[in-house]
Design a protein around this ligand. Structure first.
Ligand SMILES: [Ca+2]
Ligand SMILES: [Ca+2]
Ligand SMILES: [Ca+2]
Length: 521
């Protein structure tokens, strides 16, 4: 299953505020008395200003190249009451992670708030156990209650407590990271987990592996199976295994897939398995989230079957969770003392020096020797740009996007470079090219971001453990039905192929079961 690894630019963004007396865009708000606004507007125009807003008691205008003191001086007029910087305002996400560094304090991921999981207490004595079928859970991450975690290896994948890539560790953190003073917090903090490792770095498993894993989950006493994986084509042996787990009272949750099309993935496509799509922090569907039809059969015989398509969604875009220790990368970029947003492309390390603009860096250039290369995106691969910088004696690389926004990329699986390389936004190109010195820094961290229906799936399986722990008399199917009955509608009004019933609301599902009982009557 495709995995979109999104570099942890948010930490850098949170400190990316530029302090200066000059307003952003040289744009100012001028408070005036309404009776003399015309006089002030004429004066501003005469001074070369460009007027933008004519409001009740104020105007807004750009004074190119002028700082606040200069504008105040120019507008020294009795009808001007005040002049202040016209601050930029951007659309904010409806939900966001707590501010702060998860290496030193606990950060609650946005999806917890979005799904109101923080409003439900996890009952640790209810005996919930989530079986995570993935790439293992690396024992190096400190944010787990290891006394509550067991596991099994499939043949050929190695020890379950040693990661086969960060995917499984990230998924497990979303389910059950501990509620302590560090890292993140899972949907069901500290819940017992059984880890079945069916993938390693090669990223491959078979339906027979999953059928075997389901029986291991049963043997371990798990009541929830979480699978952030899938692929095309149904398989009866695999289907039977999940049917049996569900029939025995369990709940099986799996990812819809990340190809952004209407293909039905399995195991999520089996009726006994709950299919999960991904939404972002603004309650929008993730562009990668698959949306298979709920229609079964053709023509007049077509019927609606809500168990073969997306049933609910949860946050799965830029999800912060646990990594094998040191394997997440956190970038920082500053130039002439100003911090800029950046993304980690490759290579942990720190580099500082004079900047050298290499254009698109299509060849070795002796001018870059000992310097931080500033490079435009385009023409050749990111890897070859960084390699040309390094072979020129460059100590670090900044690659600037050639389209609006931040550049998120890696140097690929065959990276042979070693200098730290970060991506930067096109919006910062002018400032970065003008800077005389820069510092590029990539540090390893235990927490990082990933995007995918793989991230939404453990959010739902964790919330199932959370809600179920307060209603342990119910079956997995009761929990599944409560999630669907109480989901927050999003996207097109009513149930739709992208969201199913909508975004899971753990607090509403919990209240629903309290009020109506397991069967929802
Ligand atoms: Ca924690
Ligand atoms: Ca299904
Ligand atoms: Ca909808």
């Amino acid at each position: 299953m495709k995995l979109t690894k999104v570099a942890s630019a948010l930490l850098a963004l949170s400190v990316g505020v530029i302090a200066t007396a000059e307003a952003a865009d040289d744009r100012y708000v001028i408070q005036v008395d309404n009776g003399h606004k015309g006089v002030v507007k004429a004066l501003a125009k005469k001074l070369g200003a460009q007027l933008h807003v004519d409001g009740d008691g104020f105007i807004a205008a750009t004074f190119s190249g002028k700082d606040l003191a200069q504008v105040k001086g120019l507008l020294n007029n009795p009808h001007v009451k005040a002049v202040e910087a016209d601050e930029r305002r951007m659309p904010m996400s409806l939900f966001s992670d707590d501010a702060g560094d998860p290496m030193t304090q606990q950060v609650t991921p946005y999806a917890v708030y979005q799904s109101q999981a923080n409003q439900v207490n996890f009952n640790a004595s209810a005996g919930m156990k989530v079986c995570v079928i993935d790439s293992g859970l690396d024992s190096s991450n400190p944010d787990f209650d290891w006394n509550n975690i067991t596991g099994d290896n499939d043949s050929g994948t190695g020890n379950w407590f040693e990661h086969g890539g960060p995917h499984g560790t990230h998924v497990a953190g979303t389910i059950g990271a501990a509620d302590n003073n560090v890292g993140v917090i899972g949907m069901a903090p500290g819940v017992a987990m059984h880890i079945v490792k069916v993938f390693n770095e090669a990223g491959w498993g078979y339906s027979s592996d999953l059928a075997l894993a389901a029986s291991k989950c049963s043997a371990a006493g798990a009541n929830i199976i979480s699978m952030s994986l899938g692929g095309g084509g149904a398989n009866n042996t695999e289907k039977n295994a999940f049917d049996a787990f569900t029939a025995a009272g369990g709940l099986v949750v799996a990812a819809a897939g990340n190809d952004g099309n209407n293909v039905r993935s399995y195991p999520a496509g089996y009726p006994s398995v709950m299919m999960i799509g991904a939404n972002d922090a603004d309650n929008h569907i993730a562009d990668f989230s698959q949306f298979p039809s709920c229609k079964s059969g053709r023509g007049k015989r077509a019927t609606d079957d809500e168990t073969i398509c997306v049933e609910v969604t949860a946050g799965g875009v830029d999800t912060l969770s646990t990594y094998p220790a040191g394997l997440a990368t956190v970038p920082s970029l500053s130039a002439d003392g100003v911090t800029y947003a950046s993304s980690a492309m490759e290579n942990v390390g720190s580099a500082s020096g004079s900047t050298y603009f290499m254009g698109t860096a299509e060849a070795v250039d002796a001018g870059a020797n000992g310097k931080v290369c500033v490079i435009d995106r385009g023409v050749i691969s990111f890897h070859d740009k960084v390699l040309n910088c390094e072979n020129s004696g460059g100590v670090g690389a900044i690659i600037i996007n050639n389209a609006a926004g931040m550049l998120y990329a890696t140097l690929g699986d065959t990276n042979v470079t070693s200098i730290p390389a970060v991506g930067a936004a096109l919006e910062d190109r002018t400032a970065l090219l003008a800077a005389s010195a820069a510092v590029v820094d990539i540090v390893g961290a235990d927490y990082g971001y990933m995007s995918g229906t793989s991230m939404a799936t453990p959010a739902v399986s964790g919330m199932a453990a959370l809600v179920w722990s307060n209603h342990s008399e119910c079956t997995g199917t009761d929990i599944r039905n409560a999630f669907k009955a109480t989901a927050m509608d999003a996207g097109a009004a009513g149930k739709d192929d992208y969201f199913g019933y909508g975004i899971v609301n753990a607090a509403a599902a919990n209240a629903y079961l309290t009020t109506y009982g397991c069967s929802g009557n």
